[in-house]
Design a protein around this ligand. Structure first.
Ligand SMILES: Cc1cc2nc3c(=O)[nH]c(=O)nc-3n(C[C@H](O)[C@H](O)[C@H](O)COP(=O)(O)OP(=O)(O)OC[C@H]3O[C@@H](n4cnc5c(N)ncnc54)[C@H](O)[C@@H]3O)c2cc1C
Length: 485
C-alpha cells in the first residue's frame, strides 16, 4: 500500500490504540479504550446499499438489529391474525404494508448506527471511515473512502474485522433471486415460495419473518438432526412448534444445485429418498459465516491465521504479534455480537493495565423465533458426555400465570445442576422472552450460584421469571406450581 499521498487534514499520526473494524466488537473496544484515557481511532469501511458509510458492522447494519426489527413487526402481524381473536379482539381489514415495515427497519438501523458516531464524539474516539491494513511494527495503512491515504501508527492495534456470509458452491449468490441474509432482510415483496438453505439461527429467524408474512417457506438442512448445537429436548420442542407454524423444515437435505429460471429458482437436493427438486421465488443461503480478513494484514504484520481463516489469539485475544489484539467474529468462539463486545472491553482494559477477563463458559445464545429459544452453559447431552452426575428440573410455561395471560404458554424452562455440589451447569429456555429470561441464569452462573441459590431467590409473581425459579426447585423435586416427576 503506497503512503506518499494526500492525507486528511488535522488528523493525528499516532494513537495509543487503533481499532480496525467498527462493529459490535470494535466500537466498544474503542469506547472503553477512550474511557481508559487513551487516544483512540476506530477505522471502519462498511457502506450501506445506498453507498452511505456507517459504523456498527454486520450487527447493526445487516444482522442483529434489522432482523429483530422485522421479527418484531412480522410477529405482531402474525399474532394479529392468529391470536388476537383469542383475546377477544376482532380486527377487520388488517393489511400488510411491507414498504412501511421496511422503512421502520431502516430508520432503526440509521438511528442506531448514527448513535455510534455520537458515542464516539462523547468518548473522544476519532472515527475514520475507510479501509485499514495492519503493517509491520503496528503501523496502519488507512485509505479513506474518498481515496486519500496515510500511514498511522499505534502503541496497540485491535483487529475487529468481523465475518462474511459463506457462499454455497452449488447455489452461488445471484441477487435478487439467490441472496444472503442481508438480501433476505431487504426483500420488497413477500415471496409466494421462499427457500432457505440452512436451519441454523439465521435461517430460522429469516424463515420465520417471511412465513409470518405469508410466504410458503421450505428450509433445507443438510444435517439429519435439528439444532444439533442446542439441548435436544429444546430442539425437539422447537421443531414441533415451527412445523405447526407451517415452516417446512426438511432435514438431511443436501443442496446439489440451484439455477435461476425465469422468475424462479430451481433447487436440486438429495435426501434419504434420493434426488429431489424444489421451485421457489427466492432462495436464501444461510449456511454460516466465515472470518473476514481481506486485505487486513500485510505479509510482515506478524499476525497469523489458523487453518479456517480465523486470526490466531490466546485466551486474552492477544495475537502473538507485540501489542496486536483481535476480537469478535474474526477470532475463534461463537459468532455473537455480545461475545465480541465483551472481548473488546476486556482487551481495552488489558491495554490500559487494568483487569480484564472473558468467561467463555457463560456466553448466552438466543434464537429470536416464536417461541424464543435461549440457553447458557452445557446441554444435557454435553453434561451426560462429561460423566458428571446431574439432576434436571423442567417447568412448563403452561403452568405460568403470566405466560397464560400473555397467550404465550408454549415451551418450558430447564435447569441442569450437578448432583454433587449443586452447581448450575446449564439453563435452557424455550418460551416467551426467553432471551430476556436467560440473563438471570447467566448472572447466576457468572457468580457460581447453585440451584439452591436460585430456589431461595424471591421472584415476583406473576412473572415469566418464575419459570426459572420453579425449574430450579424442580431439579430437587420441590416445585410448587408443577408436578414433580
Ligand atoms: C442476519 C443476522 C442476524 C444476527 N443476529 C444476531 C443476534 O441477534 N445476536 C447476536 O449476538 N449476533 C447476531 N448476529 C451475528 C453478529 O452480527 C456478529 O456476531 C457480529 O456482528 C460480529 O461483530 P464484529 O464486530 O466481530 O464484526 P462485524 O459486525 O462484521 O463488523 C466488522 C466491521 O469491520 C469492518 N472491516 C472489516 N475489515 C476492515 C478493514 N480492513 N478496514 C476497515 N474496516 C473493516 C467491516 O466493514 C465491519 O463494519 C447476526 C448476524 C446476522 C448475519
Amino acid at each position: 500500500m503506497s503512503t506518499d499521498v494526500k492525507q486528511p487534514a488535522g488528523l493525528a499520526d499516532s494513537f495509543d490504540v487503533i481499532v480496525i473494524g467498527g462493529g459490535p466488537a470494535g466500537y466498544p473496544a474503542a469506547i472503553r479504550a477512550a474511557q481508559n484515557k487513551l487516544s483512540v481511532a476506530c477505522i471502519d469501511e462498511w457502506k450501506n446499499r445506498d453507498g452511505a458509510p456507517a459504523f456498527g458492522g454486520t450487527c447493526l447494519n445487516a444482522g442483529c438489529i434489522p432482523s429483530k426489527a422485522l421479527l418484531e413487526s412480522s410477529e405482531l402481524y402474525y399474532r394479529l391474525h392468529e391470536e388476537f381473536a383469542q383475546h377477544g379482539i376482532k380486527v377487520a381489514g388488517a393489511q400488510l404494508d411491507l414498504a412501511q415495515m421496511q422503512k421502520r427497519k431502516s430508520g432503526i438501523v440509521r438511528g442506531m448506527t448514527q448513535g455510534i458516531l455520537a458515542l464516539f464524539k462523547g468518548a473522544g474516539v476519532t472515527p475514520l471511515q475507510g479501509h485499514g491494513r495492519l503493517l509491520a511494527g503496528r503501523k496502519v495503512g488507512f485509505v479513506a473512502h474518498d481515496g486519500t491515504r496515510r500511514t498511522l501508527s499505534a502503541r496497540h492495534v485491535v483487529l475487529a474485522s468481523g465475518s462474511a456470509p459463506i457462499e454455497l458452491r452449488s447455489a452461488p449468490f445471484k441477487a435478487p433471486y439467490i441472496v444472503d441474509s442481508w438480501g433476505a432482510l431487504d426483500l420488497d415483496a413477500v415471496p409466494k415460495r421462499l427457500g432457505v438453505i440452512g436451519a441454523g439461527v439465521i435461517g430460522l429467524e429469516l424463515g420465520s419473518v417471511w412465513r409470518r408474512l405469508g410466504a410458503e417457506v421450505v428450509v433445507l438442512e443438510a444435517l439429519p438432526d435439528f439444532l444439533t448445537f442446542a439441548d435436544q429436548q429444546l430442539a425437539k420442542e422447537a421443531l414441533r412448534h415451527f412445523k405447526k407454524q407451517g415452516l417446512d423444515i426438511r432435514l438431511g437435505a443436501k443442496v446439489t444445485g440451484a439455477a435461476v429460471s425465469g422468475n424462479a429458482v430451481d433447487v436440486a437436493y438429495t435426501d434419504a429418498k434420493g434426488e429431489q427438486h424444489l421451485s421457489v421465488d427466492r432462495l436464501v443461503v444461510a449456511i454460516g459465516r466465515r472470518p473476514y480478513t481481506k486485505d487486513l494484514l500485510a505479509n510482515d504484520s506478524g499476525v497469523e491465521l489458523d487453518e479456517r481463516g480465523f486470526i490466531k489469539v490466546d485466551e486474552h485475544c492477544h495475537t502473538g504479534a507485540e501489542n496486536v489484539w483481535a476480537i469478535g467474529d474474526c477470532v475463534r468462539g461463537p459468532m455473537l455480537a455480545h461475545k465480541g463486545k465483551e472481548e473488546g472491553v476486556m482487551v481495552a482494559d488489558l491495554i490500559a493495565g487494568r483487569f480484564g477477563e472473558m468467561n467463555y463458559k457463560v456466553v448466552p445464545s438466543v434464537i429470536y423465533t416464536a417461541p424464543e429459544i435461549a440457553w447458557v452453559g452445557l446441554t444435557e447431552e454435553q453434561v451426560k458426555a462429561s460423566g458428571r452426575d446431574y439432576k434436571v428440573g423442567v417447568f412448563p410455561f403452561l403452568a405460568s400465570g403470566r405466560a397464560r395471560a400473555m397467550e404465550q404458554a408454549a415451551g418450558f424452562a430447564k435447569l441442569i445442576a450437578a448432583r454433587d455440589d449443586d452447581e448450575i451447569l446449564g439453563v435452557h429456555v424455550i418460551g416467551p422472552l426467553a432471551g430476556e429470561l436467560i440473563a438471570e441464569a447467566v448472572l447466576a452462573m457468572e457468580y457460581s450460584a447453585s440451584s439452591e441459590d436460585l430456589q431461595r431467590t424471591i421472584h415476583a409473581h406473576p412473572t415469566l421469571s418464575e419459570a426459572l425459579h420453579e425449574a430450579a426447585l424442580a431439579a430437587d423435586k420441590r416445585a410448587i406450581d408443577s408436578l414433580n416427576r
